[in-house]
Design a protein around this ligand. Structure first.
Ligand SMILES: Cc1ncc(COP(=O)(O)O)c(C=O)c1O
Length: 391
Protein backbone atom coordinates (compact mmCIF):
# COMPACT_ATOMS: atom_id res chain seq x y z
CA UNK A 1 0.00 0.00 0.00
CA UNK A 2 1.17 3.54 -0.71
CA UNK A 3 1.88 5.75 2.28
CA UNK A 4 -0.91 7.56 4.04
CA UNK A 5 -1.31 11.31 3.71
CA UNK A 6 0.80 13.47 6.02
CA UNK A 7 -2.43 14.46 7.77
CA UNK A 8 -3.16 10.83 8.56
CA UNK A 9 0.42 10.13 9.58
CA UNK A 10 0.03 12.89 12.18
CA UNK A 11 -3.28 11.45 13.45
CA UNK A 12 -3.81 8.66 15.93
CA UNK A 13 -6.82 6.60 17.03
CA UNK A 14 -8.61 8.26 19.91
CA UNK A 15 -8.30 6.80 23.39
CA UNK A 16 -11.90 5.58 23.69
CA UNK A 17 -11.64 3.38 20.59
CA UNK A 18 -8.69 1.54 22.18
CA UNK A 19 -10.35 1.46 25.60
CA UNK A 20 -13.56 -0.03 24.19
CA UNK A 21 -11.54 -2.75 22.43
CA UNK A 22 -9.71 -3.58 25.66
CA UNK A 23 -12.98 -3.71 27.64
CA UNK A 24 -14.54 -5.97 24.99
CA UNK A 25 -11.59 -8.36 25.48
CA UNK A 26 -11.99 -8.34 29.26
CA UNK A 27 -15.72 -8.99 28.89
CA UNK A 28 -15.10 -11.83 26.42
CA UNK A 29 -12.84 -13.36 29.09
CA UNK A 30 -15.77 -13.25 31.53
CA UNK A 31 -14.91 -10.04 33.42
CA UNK A 32 -17.80 -7.81 34.46
CA UNK A 33 -16.83 -4.20 33.70
CA UNK A 34 -18.62 -1.08 34.94
CA UNK A 35 -18.02 1.79 32.55
CA UNK A 36 -17.93 5.20 34.15
CA UNK A 37 -15.42 6.47 31.62
CA UNK A 38 -17.40 7.95 28.74
CA UNK A 39 -20.03 10.72 28.90
CA UNK A 40 -22.77 8.95 26.99
CA UNK A 41 -26.18 9.38 28.67
CA UNK A 42 -27.61 6.04 29.79
CA UNK A 43 -31.22 7.24 29.93
CA UNK A 44 -33.36 7.55 26.78
CA UNK A 45 -34.77 10.80 25.34
CA UNK A 46 -38.30 11.75 26.49
CA UNK A 47 -41.09 9.65 24.86
CA UNK A 48 -42.39 12.57 22.76
CA UNK A 49 -39.00 12.75 20.99
CA UNK A 50 -38.91 9.03 20.21
CA UNK A 51 -42.54 9.19 19.02
CA UNK A 52 -41.74 12.12 16.70
CA UNK A 53 -38.91 10.02 15.24
CA UNK A 54 -41.21 7.02 14.79
CA UNK A 55 -43.79 9.16 12.98
CA UNK A 56 -41.13 10.74 10.79
CA UNK A 57 -39.57 7.41 9.83
CA UNK A 58 -43.01 6.18 8.71
CA UNK A 59 -43.41 9.24 6.46
CA UNK A 60 -42.36 8.40 2.86
CA UNK A 61 -41.21 12.02 2.30
CA UNK A 62 -38.46 11.72 4.91
CA UNK A 63 -36.07 9.41 3.11
CA UNK A 64 -34.31 11.59 0.56
CA UNK A 65 -31.31 13.84 1.12
CA UNK A 66 -31.81 16.51 3.73
CA UNK A 67 -30.72 20.09 3.19
CA UNK A 68 -27.35 21.25 4.50
CA UNK A 69 -28.92 23.89 6.71
CA UNK A 70 -31.79 21.67 7.85
CA UNK A 71 -35.42 22.84 7.60
CA UNK A 72 -36.28 26.38 8.71
CA UNK A 73 -38.40 24.91 11.53
CA UNK A 74 -35.26 23.32 12.97
CA UNK A 75 -33.24 26.53 12.85
CA UNK A 76 -36.20 28.36 14.40
CA UNK A 77 -36.30 25.74 17.17
CA UNK A 78 -32.58 26.29 17.95
CA UNK A 79 -33.20 30.04 17.83
CA UNK A 80 -36.07 29.74 20.31
CA UNK A 81 -33.84 27.77 22.66
CA UNK A 82 -31.35 30.66 22.75
CA UNK A 83 -34.15 33.17 23.22
CA UNK A 84 -35.75 31.13 26.01
CA UNK A 85 -32.59 30.23 27.93
CA UNK A 86 -30.32 33.18 27.20
CA UNK A 87 -32.47 36.06 25.93
CA UNK A 88 -30.44 36.08 22.68
CA UNK A 89 -32.01 36.53 19.23
CA UNK A 90 -30.29 34.68 16.37
CA UNK A 91 -30.90 35.10 12.65
CA UNK A 92 -32.19 31.78 11.33
CA UNK A 93 -30.48 32.19 7.93
CA UNK A 94 -26.99 33.28 8.90
CA UNK A 95 -26.46 32.70 12.62
CA UNK A 96 -27.58 29.07 13.12
CA UNK A 97 -26.04 26.04 11.39
CA UNK A 98 -27.26 22.50 12.26
CA UNK A 99 -24.51 19.90 12.60
CA UNK A 100 -24.22 16.11 12.73
CA UNK A 101 -23.05 16.23 16.33
CA UNK A 102 -20.83 19.01 17.61
CA UNK A 103 -17.68 16.86 17.26
CA UNK A 104 -18.15 17.02 13.50
CA UNK A 105 -18.44 20.82 13.55
CA UNK A 106 -15.51 21.26 15.95
CA UNK A 107 -13.18 19.16 13.82
CA UNK A 108 -14.30 20.72 10.55
CA UNK A 109 -14.11 24.29 11.80
CA UNK A 110 -10.37 23.80 12.22
CA UNK A 111 -10.16 22.61 8.60
CA UNK A 112 -12.02 25.74 7.49
CA UNK A 113 -9.73 28.17 9.35
CA UNK A 114 -6.29 26.71 9.95
CA UNK A 115 -3.24 26.31 7.70
CA UNK A 116 0.32 25.26 8.54
CA UNK A 117 1.90 28.08 10.59
CA UNK A 118 -1.42 29.04 12.20
CA UNK A 119 -2.10 28.47 15.87
CA UNK A 120 -5.18 27.28 17.77
CA UNK A 121 -5.33 28.16 21.48
CA UNK A 122 -6.59 25.09 23.28
CA UNK A 123 -7.39 24.36 26.95
CA UNK A 124 -5.27 21.71 28.71
CA UNK A 125 -6.80 19.50 29.96
CA UNK A 126 -9.40 19.67 27.22
CA UNK A 127 -11.72 17.80 24.88
CA UNK A 128 -9.29 16.08 22.52
CA UNK A 129 -11.03 17.03 19.25
CA UNK A 130 -9.80 20.67 19.42
CA UNK A 131 -6.17 19.53 19.14
CA UNK A 132 -7.02 16.68 16.74
CA UNK A 133 -8.65 19.20 14.37
CA UNK A 134 -5.67 21.59 14.51
CA UNK A 135 -3.26 18.71 14.02
CA UNK A 136 -5.15 17.41 10.98
CA UNK A 137 -5.03 20.89 9.45
CA UNK A 138 -1.24 20.97 9.91
CA UNK A 139 -1.56 23.89 12.34
CA UNK A 140 -0.05 24.26 15.81
CA UNK A 141 -1.89 23.76 19.08
CA UNK A 142 -0.84 26.11 21.89
CA UNK A 143 -2.11 24.75 25.15
CA UNK A 144 -3.56 27.03 27.84
CA UNK A 145 -3.18 25.35 31.25
CA UNK A 146 -6.40 24.98 33.24
CA UNK A 147 -5.20 24.92 36.82
CA UNK A 148 -7.14 24.21 40.01
CA UNK A 149 -5.74 27.40 41.59
CA UNK A 150 -7.31 29.44 38.72
CA UNK A 151 -10.66 27.63 39.04
CA UNK A 152 -9.79 25.86 35.76
CA UNK A 153 -10.04 29.11 33.75
CA UNK A 154 -7.16 29.94 31.36
CA UNK A 155 -4.89 32.91 32.01
CA UNK A 156 -4.94 34.85 28.72
CA UNK A 157 -2.11 37.11 29.88
CA UNK A 158 0.25 34.09 29.86
CA UNK A 159 -0.04 33.61 26.07
CA UNK A 160 3.15 34.88 24.38
CA UNK A 161 2.81 37.70 21.82
CA UNK A 162 4.44 35.64 19.07
CA UNK A 163 1.81 32.91 19.56
CA UNK A 164 -1.02 35.45 19.64
CA UNK A 165 0.08 36.96 16.35
CA UNK A 166 -0.31 33.55 14.65
CA UNK A 167 -3.38 32.44 16.59
CA UNK A 168 -6.71 32.25 14.78
CA UNK A 169 -8.95 30.14 17.01
CA UNK A 170 -9.51 30.34 20.76
CA UNK A 171 -11.26 27.27 22.15
CA UNK A 172 -13.17 27.39 25.44
CA UNK A 173 -15.58 24.89 26.94
CA UNK A 174 -17.83 25.53 29.94
CA UNK A 175 -19.27 23.57 31.68
CA UNK A 176 -15.92 21.92 31.12
CA UNK A 177 -14.92 18.50 29.98
CA UNK A 178 -13.00 16.98 31.73
CA UNK A 179 -12.71 19.18 34.85
CA UNK A 180 -16.48 19.86 35.25
CA UNK A 181 -15.58 23.49 36.02
CA UNK A 182 -18.06 26.23 35.20
CA UNK A 183 -17.30 29.77 34.02
CA UNK A 184 -18.94 32.91 35.39
CA UNK A 185 -20.43 35.24 32.80
CA UNK A 186 -17.71 37.82 33.61
CA UNK A 187 -15.07 35.37 32.39
CA UNK A 188 -16.95 34.87 29.11
CA UNK A 189 -17.09 38.66 28.75
CA UNK A 190 -13.31 38.83 29.31
CA UNK A 191 -12.84 36.13 26.65
CA UNK A 192 -14.94 38.10 24.13
CA UNK A 193 -12.88 41.25 24.84
CA UNK A 194 -9.64 39.30 24.46
CA UNK A 195 -10.78 37.66 21.21
CA UNK A 196 -11.80 41.02 19.72
CA UNK A 197 -8.54 42.64 20.79
CA UNK A 198 -6.46 39.93 19.09
CA UNK A 199 -8.73 39.20 16.14
CA UNK A 200 -9.43 35.62 17.21
CA UNK A 201 -12.47 33.51 16.48
CA UNK A 202 -13.68 32.52 19.94
CA UNK A 203 -15.17 29.03 19.73
CA UNK A 204 -17.18 28.25 22.82
CA UNK A 205 -18.15 24.62 23.19
CA UNK A 206 -21.35 24.43 25.23
CA UNK A 207 -21.96 20.68 24.92
CA UNK A 208 -23.02 20.48 28.60
CA UNK A 209 -25.12 23.66 28.61
CA UNK A 210 -28.24 22.01 29.96
CA UNK A 211 -26.72 19.63 32.48
CA UNK A 212 -26.69 21.70 35.66
CA UNK A 213 -27.44 20.77 39.26
CA UNK A 214 -29.55 22.39 41.97
CA UNK A 215 -30.80 25.16 39.71
CA UNK A 216 -27.41 26.11 38.20
CA UNK A 217 -27.83 27.38 34.62
CA UNK A 218 -24.62 27.85 32.64
CA UNK A 219 -24.37 31.16 30.74
CA UNK A 220 -23.94 31.24 26.96
CA UNK A 221 -21.16 33.26 25.39
CA UNK A 222 -23.87 34.68 23.12
CA UNK A 223 -25.23 36.59 26.15
CA UNK A 224 -22.19 38.87 25.96
CA UNK A 225 -22.88 42.00 23.88
CA UNK A 226 -20.82 41.96 20.66
CA UNK A 227 -20.12 38.22 21.00
CA UNK A 228 -21.47 37.63 17.51
CA UNK A 229 -18.70 39.80 16.06
CA UNK A 230 -16.05 37.40 17.25
CA UNK A 231 -17.57 34.19 18.60
CA UNK A 232 -19.46 31.07 17.73
CA UNK A 233 -20.93 28.56 20.15
CA UNK A 234 -21.36 24.84 19.67
CA UNK A 235 -24.48 23.37 21.21
CA UNK A 236 -25.63 19.77 21.11
CA UNK A 237 -28.57 17.56 21.98
CA UNK A 238 -26.23 14.67 22.86
CA UNK A 239 -25.95 15.40 26.57
CA UNK A 240 -28.76 17.93 26.97
CA UNK A 241 -31.51 15.65 25.62
CA UNK A 242 -29.95 12.16 25.99
CA UNK A 243 -29.50 11.93 22.21
CA UNK A 244 -25.76 11.22 21.82
CA UNK A 245 -26.32 8.48 19.24
CA UNK A 246 -28.58 10.65 17.08
CA UNK A 247 -25.77 13.06 16.17
CA UNK A 248 -27.61 16.37 16.39
CA UNK A 249 -26.07 19.70 17.27
CA UNK A 250 -25.73 23.26 16.00
CA UNK A 251 -23.20 26.05 15.76
CA UNK A 252 -24.54 29.54 16.36
CA UNK A 253 -23.22 33.10 16.29
CA UNK A 254 -20.70 34.77 13.97
CA UNK A 255 -22.20 34.67 10.47
CA UNK A 256 -18.98 34.67 8.36
CA UNK A 257 -17.52 31.80 10.40
CA UNK A 258 -20.72 29.77 10.03
CA UNK A 259 -20.75 30.49 6.31
CA UNK A 260 -17.23 29.04 6.02
CA UNK A 261 -18.24 25.94 7.97
CA UNK A 262 -21.36 25.60 5.83
CA UNK A 263 -19.31 25.81 2.62
CA UNK A 264 -16.96 23.11 3.87
CA UNK A 265 -19.87 20.89 4.87
CA UNK A 266 -21.53 21.18 1.48
CA UNK A 267 -18.39 19.51 0.14
CA UNK A 268 -18.34 16.60 2.52
CA UNK A 269 -21.80 15.67 3.73
CA UNK A 270 -25.22 15.59 2.14
CA UNK A 271 -27.33 16.80 5.04
CA UNK A 272 -28.73 14.78 7.93
CA UNK A 273 -31.50 12.16 7.78
CA UNK A 274 -34.61 14.41 7.62
CA UNK A 275 -36.50 12.22 10.14
CA UNK A 276 -33.84 12.99 12.74
CA UNK A 277 -34.38 16.70 12.16
CA UNK A 278 -38.11 16.23 12.84
CA UNK A 279 -37.29 14.53 16.15
CA UNK A 280 -34.79 17.26 16.93
CA UNK A 281 -37.52 19.89 16.45
CA UNK A 282 -39.72 17.90 18.87
CA UNK A 283 -36.84 17.80 21.36
CA UNK A 284 -36.25 21.54 21.19
CA UNK A 285 -39.87 22.69 21.15
CA UNK A 286 -41.64 20.09 23.33
CA UNK A 287 -41.82 19.78 27.11
CA UNK A 288 -38.46 20.57 28.75
CA UNK A 289 -39.35 19.77 32.36
CA UNK A 290 -38.02 16.25 32.07
CA UNK A 291 -34.51 17.71 31.83
CA UNK A 292 -34.72 18.87 35.46
CA UNK A 293 -35.78 15.37 36.55
CA UNK A 294 -32.93 13.85 34.55
CA UNK A 295 -30.45 16.32 36.06
CA UNK A 296 -31.66 15.36 39.52
CA UNK A 297 -30.76 11.72 38.78
CA UNK A 298 -27.25 12.84 37.76
CA UNK A 299 -26.99 14.92 40.95
CA UNK A 300 -27.84 11.89 43.07
CA UNK A 301 -25.21 9.79 41.30
CA UNK A 302 -22.70 12.61 41.63
CA UNK A 303 -23.28 12.66 45.39
CA UNK A 304 -22.94 8.85 45.71
CA UNK A 305 -19.60 9.06 43.90
CA UNK A 306 -18.37 12.09 45.85
CA UNK A 307 -19.18 10.41 49.14
CA UNK A 308 -17.41 7.21 48.08
CA UNK A 309 -14.31 9.02 46.79
CA UNK A 310 -14.05 11.13 49.93
CA UNK A 311 -14.42 8.02 52.09
CA UNK A 312 -11.24 6.62 50.49
CA UNK A 313 -9.33 9.85 50.98
CA UNK A 314 -9.71 11.39 47.51
CA UNK A 315 -11.11 14.90 47.57
CA UNK A 316 -12.66 16.02 44.30
CA UNK A 317 -14.47 19.35 44.04
CA UNK A 318 -18.27 19.22 43.88
CA UNK A 319 -19.27 19.97 40.28
CA UNK A 320 -22.22 22.24 39.55
CA UNK A 321 -22.68 20.97 36.00
CA UNK A 322 -21.57 18.48 33.32
CA UNK A 323 -21.54 14.68 33.39
CA UNK A 324 -18.24 14.43 35.25
CA UNK A 325 -16.36 14.37 38.50
CA UNK A 326 -12.69 15.35 38.24
CA UNK A 327 -10.92 13.52 41.00
CA UNK A 328 -7.29 13.25 42.05
CA UNK A 329 -5.85 9.72 41.72
CA UNK A 330 -4.20 8.14 44.77
CA UNK A 331 -0.66 9.43 45.37
CA UNK A 332 2.34 7.66 43.84
CA UNK A 333 0.73 6.54 40.56
CA UNK A 334 0.09 8.14 37.21
CA UNK A 335 -3.53 8.49 36.18
CA UNK A 336 -3.08 5.81 33.50
CA UNK A 337 -1.41 3.41 35.94
CA UNK A 338 -4.22 3.81 38.45
CA UNK A 339 -7.14 3.59 36.01
CA UNK A 340 -5.59 0.59 34.21
CA UNK A 341 -5.06 -1.26 37.50
CA UNK A 342 -8.59 -0.39 38.62
CA UNK A 343 -10.04 -1.68 35.35
CA UNK A 344 -8.05 -4.91 35.34
CA UNK A 345 -8.39 -5.73 39.03
CA UNK A 346 -11.75 -4.27 40.05
CA UNK A 347 -13.64 -4.10 36.75
CA UNK A 348 -14.28 -0.35 37.06
CA UNK A 349 -13.40 1.92 34.15
CA UNK A 350 -12.59 5.60 34.81
CA UNK A 351 -10.81 7.86 32.29
CA UNK A 352 -7.19 8.79 33.03
CA UNK A 353 -6.78 12.58 33.16
CA UNK A 354 -3.56 12.45 31.13
CA UNK A 355 -5.44 11.70 27.90
CA UNK A 356 -6.83 15.26 28.08
CA UNK A 357 -3.37 16.86 28.20
CA UNK A 358 -0.33 17.20 30.42
CA UNK A 359 -2.22 19.21 33.04
CA UNK A 360 -4.69 16.36 33.37
CA UNK A 361 -2.02 14.18 34.95
CA UNK A 362 -2.76 13.29 38.57
CA UNK A 363 -6.53 13.26 37.94
CA UNK A 364 -9.18 10.91 36.61
CA UNK A 365 -12.56 11.70 35.07
CA UNK A 366 -15.59 9.81 36.35
CA UNK A 367 -18.87 9.98 34.43
CA UNK A 368 -22.28 10.02 36.12
CA UNK A 369 -24.00 8.70 33.01
CA UNK A 370 -24.25 5.05 34.04
CA UNK A 371 -27.25 3.47 35.81
CA UNK A 372 -27.42 4.31 39.53
CA UNK A 373 -27.05 0.69 40.67
CA UNK A 374 -23.81 0.48 38.66
CA UNK A 375 -22.59 3.71 40.24
CA UNK A 376 -23.28 2.26 43.71
CA UNK A 377 -21.51 -0.98 42.76
CA UNK A 378 -18.54 0.92 41.30
CA UNK A 379 -18.09 2.81 44.57
CA UNK A 380 -18.09 -0.46 46.51
CA UNK A 381 -15.51 -1.96 44.17
CA UNK A 382 -13.25 1.10 44.40
CA UNK A 383 -13.43 1.00 48.21
CA UNK A 384 -12.65 -2.72 48.27
CA UNK A 385 -9.79 -2.33 45.78
CA UNK A 386 -8.17 0.57 47.61
CA UNK A 387 -8.70 -1.25 50.92
CA UNK A 388 -6.74 -4.22 49.56
CA UNK A 389 -3.95 -2.24 47.90
CA UNK A 390 -3.70 0.30 50.72
CA UNK A 391 -4.06 2.82 47.90
C1 LIG B 1 -16.68 19.14 25.41
C2 LIG B 1 -17.33 18.33 24.37
N1 LIG B 1 -17.62 18.90 23.20
C3 LIG B 1 -18.21 18.20 22.21
C4 LIG B 1 -18.52 16.87 22.38
C5 LIG B 1 -19.12 16.14 21.22
O1 LIG B 1 -20.46 15.98 21.39
P1 LIG B 1 -21.41 15.57 20.17
O2 LIG B 1 -20.55 15.37 18.98
O3 LIG B 1 -22.07 14.32 20.60
O4 LIG B 1 -22.34 16.73 20.00
C6 LIG B 1 -18.23 16.22 23.57
C7 LIG B 1 -18.52 14.81 23.72
O5 LIG B 1 -18.19 14.16 24.68
C8 LIG B 1 -17.62 16.97 24.60
O6 LIG B 1 -17.31 16.43 25.77
Amino acid sequence: MKSLSLRMQRSSTQFFAALSAKIAQLQAAGKDVLRLDIGSPDMPPAPHIVEAMQRAVADPRMHGYGSHKGPLALRKAWGNLYLRLHGVALDTESEILPLMGSKEGIFHLSQAFLDPGDVALIPDPGYVTYAAGANFAGAEAWFMPLLPENSYLPDFSAIPGEILRRAKLLWLNYPNNPTAATAPKEFLAEAVRFARQHDLLLCHDAAYAQVGFAGYRPPSVMEIPAAKETAIEFNSLSKSHNMAGWRVAAAVGNAPALKALFTLKTNLDSGHFPAIHEACIAALTGDQEWLDERNEVYRQRRDILLQGLRAVGLNPLTPQASLYIWSPVPAGQTSLQFTTALLENAGVSFTPGSIFGQYGEGFMRIAVSSPTDEVVEAVQRVKAYLGKTGG
